[in-house]
Write a protein that binds this ligand. Structure first.
Ligand SMILES: C[S@@+](CC[C@H](N)C(=O)[O-])C[C@H]1O[C@@H](n2cnc3c(N)ncnc32)[C@H](O)[C@@H]1O
Length: 392
């Protein structure tokens, strides 16, 4: 493909991505993967270039753009290599018309940019939300450890006890160490969220929003496969990804529980008052993960945020019921909005006055409200809020 044809294709893909974001359709990654599958004439260099262009254009727009072309014109404003490719060539985009307008730049839709700024995420902190994420790994202590592992490529230790950072684009999935479960791909912030729970061998631990089990696997390693570890989620598809991952990681102790939304406690009755520790990695707006998922900022609305806030409060109340006396709860969101983090946690402690604040000692992050905030700018991790409370 010519460079101009790649731009034209990227514009078409951006049209699909914008429509999907408006209608809560497929994520950008899936749209790209499907296009690549159906258009084999695009070689690996074309695919890489198109992916780069599409994501650069998504990052360059703040609010959702009118069209793929407007998004690409916005990229042309910040990348001088793009405008000359609007050359009207056979497979290229039409020349830029006089007075044709580009999409608006910025960090996010205006309402969201303002909310983040009010919550202390402005200037460099805001810009860093759209950086490219590094590739972080966690060495699985069920099979190896950071000091002893032999990897095919360089990786620097991170602040997480078993964390390593590889060069972006490293094909970790092709490493024998990955296929054999010695390393997992996991952001340093996620690793620290697991560390905050301080899960110990022999304990009863509940990962209440386990999803595909990224954090569950880290908890199983911390517990050395000893004790009881429950991975719960309302999403059957996500939860079903855990079994093969657990097998690869040698995590043999995990029991999964599929929960019915709105009736979660029915599947958890036998665990009421039993847990030494509950991790609530709650569904959230994901404002801290835009580095990986920049088009997510076009999907969030004030209404969907309100729904998430209600869901988080409900899940936290469920978590409290699972704690044994003296048990602990760690609340995690990969969001930098105070409403989802510090305010949600403070409201939990107001509803349950017997919950005592537990201080966290993490190697990264700064205090925010009653917990710790990690940010891409300050900590080089995804954005997180993490807090811990203990039952009387
Ligand atoms: C942030 S994700 C979890 C990610 C996961 N812990 C990991 O590390 O990969 C939040 C999860 O909460 C789940 N969820 C949504 N509503 C829930 C509910 N009422 N109870 C439990 N889990 C719920 C979602 O399906 C989603 O998988």
């Amino acid at each position: 493909m010519t460079p101009a044809a790649r731009v034209a294709t990227s514009i078409e893909l951006l049209d699909t991505i914008v429509a999907a974001a408006r209608g809560q359709g497929a994520p950008a990654d899936r749209i790209l993967a499907e296009w690549f599958r159906g258009n084999r004439f695009a070689g690996s260099k074309d695919r890489r270039a198109i992916r780069e262009l599409v994501y650069a254009a998504i990052r360059a727009c703040g609010p959702i753009p009118e069209s793929g072309r407007a998004a690409m014109l916005r990229l042309a404003e910040v990348d001088p290599a793009i405008a000359p490719l609007f050359d009207g060539s056979r497979y290229g985009p039409a020349p830029i018309g006089e007075g044709e307008t580009a999409a608006q730049g910025g960090i996010a839709p205006d309402w969201l940019t303002q909310r983040l700024a009010a919550d202390g995420i402005a200037d460099n902190e805001a810009v860093a939300l759209l950086d490219r994420a590094p590739l972080d790994l966690r060495v699985n202590t069920l099979k190896s450890d950071r000091a002893g592992i032999d990897l095919p490529e360089e990786a620097e230790p991170t602040a997480a006890p078993q964390g390593l950072r590889a060069a972006a684009g490293t094909k970790v999935e092709q490493w024998p160490a990955y296929r054999e479960g010695l390393v997992e791909i996991q952001d340093t912030g996620s690793q620290l969220a697991c560390l905050a729970l301080n899960a110990q061998p022999g304990e009863t631990v509940i990962d209440l929003c386990a999803g595909g089990g990224g954090k569950t696997l880290a908890l199983a390693a911390a517990m050395d496969n000893l004790g009881r570890l429950f991975a719960c989620d309302t999403d059957r598809g996500r939860l079903s990804k855990l079994a093969p991952r657990a097998e690869r990681a040698g995590a043999t102790m995990i029991e999964t529980r599929l929960l019915d939304p709105g009736r979660e406690m029915e599947a958890l009755q036998d665990l009421v008052g039993q847990a030494d520790a509950v991790l609530v990695d709650a569904p959230c707006s994901g404002t801290g993960t835009w580095r990986r998922n920049p088009e997510a900022r076009w999907r969030l609305t004030p209404q969907s945020l309100d729904r998430l806030l209600a869901m988080q409060a409900q899940i936290l109340d469920n978590a409290v019921r699972l704690l044994r006396p003296g048990g602990r709860l760690v609340y995690v969101v990969c969001s930098l909005l105070d409403a989802e983090g510090p305010d949600q946690f403070a409201a939990l402690r107001e509803r349950h006055s017997a919950l005592a604040l537990r201080q966290l000692a993490l190697p990264l992050g700064r205090e925010r409200g009653q917990g710790i905030r990690l940010t891409p700018h300050q900590d080089g991790t995804d954005g997180f809020f993490i807090a811990c409370a203990g039952a009387a």
